[in-house]
Design a protein around this ligand. Structure first.
Ligand code: AMP
Length: 484
C-alpha cells in the first residue's frame, strides 16, 4: 500500500500520515520531488494545483525538520512557505498539520484580513514552519514580530500567481531578510520568462521537475461550452444544476459584484449558493468554504483570485459563468476539478461577446472545446454580436480566427485586450504596499500620447461589472434589442 511512499525515503511517521489520508500511490510530482528535496536540492517545479504538489514539498520538509530537530529560537522560523492568497496559505498550513501529525513539528500561518495579535502570539516562541502571504509577513517583519534570519528552507508556492498579482517587490523584500545559505523550492503552474528570471536569481543548481505540460488541461476533465445570450445565463445555469442534480458546483465570475448578484439570484431560485471574494471578511469566506465542503452550500460563486488554490477534494463540476479574459486562468479554473485521479466536468456558458476570449483559450489548449447548444437557449443568431463591435473600425493588429475555430468569433472588443482588463486585478489581489504593481506580462510597447488618446476614445463605456455599454442613444439601443 503506502510502501511506495516508504520507498521514496519517507519516515514511518509520514508514511502513516499519508496512509491515514487514504493515499495509496504517490502522484508524479511527489515521486519526482520528494527524493530531490530530501537530498537537499533546490527545485524548480512546474505543477498545477491538483497534482498533489503540497504534499510533494511538505512531506520531505517535515522529514528534514524532524531529522534535525531543535527548538526554534524565539520569533525565528525554520521553513518559510510563501503563497499568493489567504486561502492557499490556510490550506497549506492545514496540510502541514495533517502530514506532520505524528511528528513534533510546530507550524503557524499569517495572512492579512484578520487580526495580527494572535499571529504575533503564535510567532513569539518561534515556529518550525511558517506559511504566509507576502504583505502580512512584511508587516510582521516591520514590527519585528518575526525573525527570518534563521530560515533553512524557502518555498514559493504558485509563484506565477504571486508575480501576476504584483508581489515581486514584496518577495524581494522578504528574500532580503533571509540567510544566504538555504534550500529553495519554487512551484509554479507555468514557466514564464519572469518565473525563469526569478528562479535564476533564487535557485542554486536547481533540479527541474515538470509533471504536466505547460498550461495543459487535465485529460480527466471533460470540457464543454454552451452558447447562450448573456441575459439567459443565470436561467441556463439554474437548469443545468437542477436537471443534472449537481450537488457541488464551483462557478466562476469575472467580477465581485457579479459573484454576489449571482449567488443571491441562485438562492432565490432555491439553490443554496454563497459568494467568495476579496471584499468578504475572512470569516465569511471561511464559512462559505466550510459550507461548500460539508454540502450545505451547493453552489460556490467565486472570482479567480478568491478561488485560487481552493483545495476541495473531488470537486465534480466547475462552471465558467463568464470566460476569463486571461486564457491561462481558464486552465487554472478547470484545474479545480479532475483532481488527483478523479474525473471532472467543466462547463462554460459563452455569450457572443466572449467569443474572442474563447478563441484565445482554444488556442492555448491547442484544441477546440466541444460546443453544445442547450435546446431553448440558442445564442449567436445574427444580430447578437454587441453593437459596438459592428460600429468600431477593425483594429490594426486584429487577429484572424483560427481555422479550427468551431464558431464564428466576434471581433475582440477593445476592452478585452490582455493587460487592460487585468489591471487592476480584483482588490484582494493587490498588495497593500505603496509601490506600483509589477506588470504581469512583458510590458506593452510604449505608446505615444496621441495613440493612447485615440485608444481611450474608442474604449466603450462599461457598467460596474465591466460589461460593455452601448454608446448609442437609448431609442436606437431599444431598436437593436427588439431586432435580436
Ligand atoms: P494539491 O495539488 O497539493 O492541491 O493537492 C490536490 C489534492 O490531492 C489534495 O486534496 C490532496 O489531499 C490530494 N492528494 C495529494 N497527494 C495525493 C496522493 N498521493 N493520492 C491521492 N490524493 C492525493
Amino acid at each position: 500500500m503506502s510502501s511506495d511512499f516508504q520507498s521514496l525515503g519517507l519516515a514511518p511517521e509520514l508514511v502513516r500520515a499519508v496512509a491515514d489520508e487514504g493515499y495509496t500511490q504517490p502522484t508524479p510530482i511527489q515521486s519526482q520531488a520528494i527524493p530531490l528535496i530530501l537530498a537537499g536540492r533546490d527545485l524548480l517545479a512546474a505543477a498545477q494545483t491538483g497534482t498533489g504538489k503540497t504534499a510533494g514539498f511538505t512531506l520531505p520538509i517535515l522529514q528534514r525538520l524532524a531529522a534535525h530537530a531543535h527548538k526554534p529560537a524565539p520569533k525565528t522560523v525554520r521553513v518559510l512557505v510563501l503563497t499568493p492568497t489567504r486561502e492557499l496559505a490556510a490550506q497549506v498550513e492545514e496540510a502541514v498539520r495533517t502530514y506532520g501529525k505524528h511528528l513534533r513539528v510546530s507550524s503557524a500561518v499569517v495572512f492579512g484580513g484578520v487580526g495580527i495579535v494572535p499571529q504575533i502570539a503564535a510567532l513569539k516562541r518561534g515556529v518550525d514552519i511558517l506559511v504566509a502571504t507576502p504583505g502580512r509577513l512584511l508587516d510582521h517583519v516591520g514590527q519585528r514580530t518575526v525573525d527570518l534570519s534563521k530560515v533553512e528552507v524557502l518555498v514559493l508556492d504558485e509563484a506565477d500567481r504571486m508575480l501576476d498579482m504584483g508581489f515581486i517587490h514584496d518577495i524581494k523584500r522578504v528574500l532580503a531578510q533571509l540567510p544566504k545559505r538555504r534550500q529553495n523550492l519554487l512551484f509554479s503552474a507555468t514557466f514564464s520568462d519572469e518565473i525563469r528570471a526569478l528562479a535564476h536569481g533564487l535557485l542554486h543548481d536547481p533540479a527541474t521537475v515538470e509533471v504536466a505540460r505547460r498550461n495543459e488541461a487535465s485529460a480527466l476533465v471533460t470540457q464543454v461550452m454552451h452558447p447562450v445570450s448573456k441575459e439567459r445565463k443565470r436561467e441556463l445555469l439554474r437548469d443545468l444544476i437542477a436537471q443534472g442534480d449537481w450537488r457541488q458546483v464551483l462557478v466562476f465570475t469575472r467580477m465581485k459584484h457579479g459573484a454576489n448578484r449571482l449567488a443571491e439570484q441562485l438562492n432565490k431560485d432555491g439553490l443554496e449558493a454563497a459568494a467568495i471574494h476579496g471584499n468578504k471578511s475572512q470569516g465569511a469566506r471561511t464559512r462559505a468554504l466550510a459550507g461548500f465542503k460539508d454540502g450545505s452550500v451547493r453552489v460556490l460563486v467565486a472570482t479567480d483570485i478568491a478561488a485560487r488554490g481552493l483545495d476541495i477534494e473531488q470537486l465534480p463540476h466547475v462552471v465558467n459563468y463568464e470566460l476569463p479574459n486571461v486564457p491561462e486562468d481558464y486552465v487554472h479554473r478547470i484545474g479545480r476539478t479532475g483532481r488527483a485521479g478523479s474525473p471532472g466536468h467543466a462547463v462554460s456558458l459563452v455569450s457572443p461577446d466572449e467569443y474572442a476570449y474563447l478563441r484565445d483559450i482554444e488556442r492555448l489548449l491547442k484544441k477546440p472545446i466541444e460546443r453544445m447548444v442547450v435546446p431553448g437557449f440558442e445564442a449567436g443568431k445574427p444580430g447578437t454580436i454587441p453593437v459596438e463591435d459592428e460600429r468600431r473600425p477593425p483594429r490594426p493588429q486584429q487577429r484572424t480566427a483560427k481555422p479550427h475555430a468551431p464558431i464564428k468569433h466576434a471581433a475582440r472588443p477593445a476592452e478585452a485586450k490582455r493587460g487592460e482588463h487585468r489591471h487592476p486585478r480584483p482588490v484582494e489581489a493587490q498588495p497593500k504596499r505603496s509601490h506600483a504593481p509589477h506588470p504581469p506580462r512583458p510590458a506593452k510597447p510604449a505608446q505615444t500620447s496621441a495613440h493612447s488618446a485615440q485608444r481611450h476614445e474608442r474604449r466603450p463605456r462599461r457598467d460596474e461589472d465591466g460589461n460593455v455599454r452601448s454608446n448609442l442613444p437609448p431609442a436606437l439601443q431599444a431598436a437593436f434589442r427588439r431586432a435580436r
